[in-house]
Design a protein around this ligand. Structure first.
Ligand code: SF4
Length: 383
């Protein structure tokens, strides 16, 4: 039976307390000595996401990363790497700097590896669901020990992003783009079969609900969750957020594929799950994307969906959302612009170029924020 530890602080934890929480969470699943042997190279994979929005609840709390570097060093690790490839639109180096993780990690003697500027390796996927081969960071794969450090968040496509989804960051951007085309649910299952992880420590000190993974409200859970089994961790953590397993396609699909037995509940040690009564707000569906905005989406990649979220966020920051009326965005390779809309729709992205004459076409795969903002100003007639 897989074990999952849950460690909760009675209030906002200070730096030393975060270290204590991470240590306790690992001790409860066997301790660092069961994972790291003296002299080994350990690769850590935090979630740094984006160079635009960085804060607790968006990116892995750098104190959690610092605690894990310290624990690895105390266990005698010969080298600690912090490996990350940020979100699709983001220059990874910029995101690592903005998050403060680069400066902190280097000050502690760890080496920071930018997935997009280092050598990839191509791996065969065992019993593939959707892709035979996956390219990932060679430095990450060559490490003796791999530790995953995700953040607990909702996600506009998968409903949650926890340990399984966080591994996408070890792939260089062209592979991420391919995942958007082939389907992220099966893609992350293939990825996790191909890249084995020794330990996952989930940062739920500040989590995110609603418009995750970057723009939702924060939820202070003051909690760290750990497991050597990433599937067990995701099952327990999603339940802490108030999700049913049936809601989460990637967990259901992984069970069907034999990656865990849904009849066997993970053993939870530490804080009981009954302490977590807050039901996380679900990410908005397309029809309720934002007041005045309707997204007509069929087969849209998360890259384009992320752009829409990001543009809505920009408009909110500019205090322009109140002026948005009847904004229709058509997106995704299988979407079609309806003929009876009360306003000119925005036709978003290269895959819909065939409909460029049926609305305000915005080129790009995905289009960038500036082009989308210009189109929105035009169709909604705002300054
Ligand atoms: S333009 Fe089409 S193919 Fe390109 S990212 Fe957007 S939805 Fe995907």
């Amino acid at each position: 039976m897989s074990r999952v530890s849950v460690v909760k602080s009675p209030g906002k934890p200070g730096d030393e307390e975060v270290y204590g929480m991470v240590k306790k969470s690992v001790d409860l699943v066997g301790g660092m000595e069961s994972i790291v042997k003296p002299g080994q190279t350990v690769a850590l994979k935090p979630n740094v996401v984006t160079g635009r929005v960085t804060a607790p609840g968006v990116t892995t709390d750098k104190r959690v990363v610092a605690a894990m570097i310290r624990l690895c060093q105390e266990a005698g690790a010969g080298k600690v790497l912090v490996v990350e490839g940020a979100g699709y639109f983001t220059e990874t180096a910029k995101a690592l700097e903005l998050s403060g993780i680069k400066e902190m990690a280097e000050a502690m003697g760890a080496e920071v590896v930018d997935v997009d500027r280092s050598e990839p390796v191509e791996l065969e996927v065992p019993r593939p669901l959707i892709t035979d081969k996956i390219r990932v960071s060679k430095r990450f794969m060559d490490a003796d020990v791999r530790i995953n450090l995700p953040v607990m968040k909702t996600h506009d496509q998968l409903l949650v992003t926890l340990g399984v989804k966080n591994m996408k960051g070890v792939m260089p951007k062209p592979m991420k783009r391919r995942f958007h085309a082939i389907g992220v649910v099966k893609g992350i299952i293939d990825l996790n079969k191909t890249v084995p992880i020794d330990l996952t420590v989930l940062d739920a000190i500040v989590a995110m609900e609603g418009l995750g993974p970057s723009f939702g409200p924060k939820v202070e859970l003051n909690t760290v969750v750990a497991s050597k089994d990433v599937w067990a961790l995701d099952r327990v953590a999603s339940r802490m957020m108030g999700f049913e397993p049936e809601e989460l396609d990637y967990l259901m699909e992984a069970a069907e594929h034999g990656l865990y037995d849904p009849a066997e509940e993970p053993e939870v040690v530490g804080e009981p799950l009954s302490s977590y009564t807050h039901r996380f707000e679900r990410p908005p569906t397309d029809l309720e994307f934002a007041e005045g905005v309707t997204v007509i989406s069929e087969g849209a990649c998360s890259a384009c969906r992320g752009t829409i979220h990001s543009v809505v966020y920009d408009l909110e920051q500019m205090k322009k959302m109140g002026e948005i009326r009847d904004l229709f965005i058509v997106v995704g390779s299988n979407a079609e612009p309806p003929g009876d809309l009360p306003n000119t729709p925005i036709i978003m992205g290269t895959c819909l170029k065939k409909y460029e004459n049926q609305g305000c076409y915005v080129e790009g795969c995905p289009p960038n924020n500036d082009k989308m903002l210009a189109a929105i100003r035009q169709v909604c007639d705002i300054e």
